[in-house]
Design a protein around this ligand. Structure first.
Ligand code: SAH
Ligand code: SF4
Length: 384
C-alpha cells in the first residue's frame, strides 16, 4: 500500500490489499472466496495467529504464515491500572523501534453508557519537540507504516483484551468506542500513511470501524488539516492548542513558528464549517505558564463563535520536568472563564497516571530493557 521502510520483511496482513491477496491465493490454485475468508479470519477477536483460521486447510495456513506477518508488532509489554480498566502497551517493531498504545475502558455511569477508547501512535517518536511531552523530548525515530498503525488497534481487539467486544462484527451499529491518534507522534506529519491506516480501519472487510469513531489529534499542521476536510471529512479533529497567543505557543508547541495560532484556528474553523463537525481544542494546563485567567480570556477569543469545544487537561509532568499541572481549583476557575464566554468546556482527568500514560513516558522508562524478559505481562501480540 505504501512503501515499507523495513526491507526484507514479509508484508503485514493488516495492510495487504485484497488484490494482492487474491493474486497470491490464485497462484496457489485457491478459490476466490478465500480472500474474504482470510480477511475476516485475521480480524476475528479470538485469532492470535494464522493457525487459528481453522476454516482454512492446514497447508494454506502454514503458507500464509511464511508469506505474511500476522502482526508487525513483535513483543508487547503491557501494564494495567484501575483494575484493568486502563492498560498501556509498549510495542516492539521489527527493527527494534518502540511505540506505545493505550486501552481505556470507562464503565457506564448514570445516563452515559460504557465506553472504550484505544489510543494509538502514528510515528516512533516525534519531531515537533513540545517541551512538556516525553515523546517530544525523546526526538524522532521514523514514520510508522499503515500496518504498524492498524496492528496497535488489532493488539487490543484481539484476545485477551477484545476491546471492541468478543463478538465484534464490522460496522457494528451500537458500541461506544473511540480510536484516537494521541499516542506517540504527529499524525499529520505522516499524513498519507495515517490516512491509509484510517481507511484500513474503516474497511468493512476488516475491522469496519466507523470514521466518526476515529479522532486525529494534531499540533497544528495546517496543510494536513486541510487535507482532512477533503479526504476524511467524517473523522474527528482535535487541535493541541495549549496557548492562544503566538509568543507562548511558539515555546509550548514549536511548530507554531511555522503555522501560527491564527492559521491553525482558521483551518479548524474551515474544518467545522465544511464538515459540520465540532472541533476539540486541547489545552494542557501548566501551573503558572498558560493558566492565568487572562490567558483564559485569550483562549475564549479564539474558541468563541464557531463549532469548537475546549478540553482542559492538567499537565502530567514528565520525569525531570520543571513544570507541574495546574491545581484542580484553578482549572475550574479557568473553565468558568471559558463557559462565561459561551465556549463549551470539559475538564479531563489524566487517566492512567499511575502507569505513566502520558505521551511517551512509559517508553522512556523502559528504554534499553528487553520487553520479553520484563516481569509481569509481557504479551506477544500474536505470532506466526
Ligand atoms: N502529536 C499530536 C498527537 C499526540 S500527543 C498532538 O500533539 O496533538 C496527544 C496529546 O497529548 C496532545 O494534546 C499533547 O499535547 C498531550 N500531551 C503530551 N504530553 C503531555 C503531558 N505530559 N501531559 C498531558 N498531556 C500531554
Ligand atoms: Fe509531538 Fe504531540 Fe508530543 Fe508535541 S505533544 S512532541 S506534537 S507527540
Amino acid at each position: 500500500m505504501t512503501d515499507l521502510p523495513l526491507a526484507g520483511q514479509q508484508p503485514a496482513i493488516s495492510e495487504t490489499t485484497p488484490g494482492t491477496l487474491a493474486a497470491w491465493l490464485q497462484a496457489r490454485g485457491e478459490p476466490a472466496y478465500r480472500v474474504e475468508q482470510v480477511l475476516v479470519g485475521v480480524h476475528r477477536p479470538d485469532a492470535l495467529g494464522f493457525d487459528d483460521l481453522t476454516d482454512l486447510p492446514g497447508p494454506l495456513r502454514a503458507e500464509l504464515a511464511t508469506a505474511f506477518r500476522f502482526s508487525t508488532i513483535g513483543a508487547s509489554h503491557v501494564l494495567e491500572a484501575d483494575n484493568g480498566r486502563t492498560a498501556k502497551a509498549v510495542h516492539e517493531l521489527a527493527d527494534g523501534q518502540r511505540i506505545e498504545s493505550v486501552l481505556m475502558r470507562t464503565p457506564a455511569r448514570g445516563a452515559s453508557a460504557a465506553r472504550t477508547t484505544i489510543c494509538i501512535s502514528s510515528q516512533a517518536g516525534c519531531a515537533v519537540n513540545c517541551p512538556f511531552c516525553a515523546t517530544g523530548q525523546a526526538g524522532f525515530g521514523r514514520q510508522l507504516t499503515p500496518g504498524e498503525i492498524v496492528d496497535q488497534v488489532l493488539h487490543w481487539h484481539r484476545a485477551p483484551w477484545q476491546a471492541l467486544g468478543e463478538s465484534w462484527r464490522p460496522g457494528a451499529p451500537t458500541g461506544h468506542y473511540n480510536i484516537v491518534f494521541m499516542g506517540m507522534g504527529e499524525p499529520l506529519n505522516n499524513r498519507e500513511r495515517v490516512f491509509d491506516a484510517v481507511r484500513l480501519l474503516n474497511d468493512p472487510q476488516r475491522l469496519g470501524i466507523g470514521a466518526r469513531h476515529i479522532t486525529v489529534s494534531t499540533s497544528g499542521v495546517v496543510p494536513g488539516m486541510e487535507a482532512m476536510i477533503d479526504e476524511l471529512p467524517q473523522v474527528n479533529l482535535a487541535i493541541s492548542l495549549h496557548a492562544a497567543e503566538d509568543a507562548l505557543r511558539d515555546e509550548l508547541v514549536p511548530i507554531n513558528r511555522k503555522w501560527p495560532v491564527r492559521e491553525v484556528i482558521g483551518a479548524g474553523r474551515r474544518f467545522a464549517e465544511r464538515t459540520g463537525r465540532r472541533v476539540s481544542l486541547e489545552y494542557v494546563m501548566i501551573d503558572g505558564v498558560n493558566d492565568s485567567l487572562g490567558l483564559g480570556e485569550r483562549l475564549a477569543d479564539v474558541a468563541r463563535g464557531w463549532l469548537s469545544h475546549v478540553n482542559l487537561i492538567p499537565l502530567n509532568p514528565t520525569p525531570g520536568s520543571r513544570w507541574s499541572g495546574t491545581p484542580v481549583e484553578r482549572v475550574r476557575a479557568f473553565a468558568e472563564v471559558l463557559r462565561a464566554n459561551g465556549v463549551p468546556t470539559t475538564i479531563r482527568d489524566t487517566r492512567g497516571r499511575e502507569i505513566e500514560a502520558a505521551c511517551g513516558q512509559l517508553h522512556a522508562q523502559l528504554a534499553g530493557r528487553d520487553l520479553r524478559t520484563l516481569e509481569g505481562a509481557g504479551r506477544p501480540a500474536g505470532s506466526t
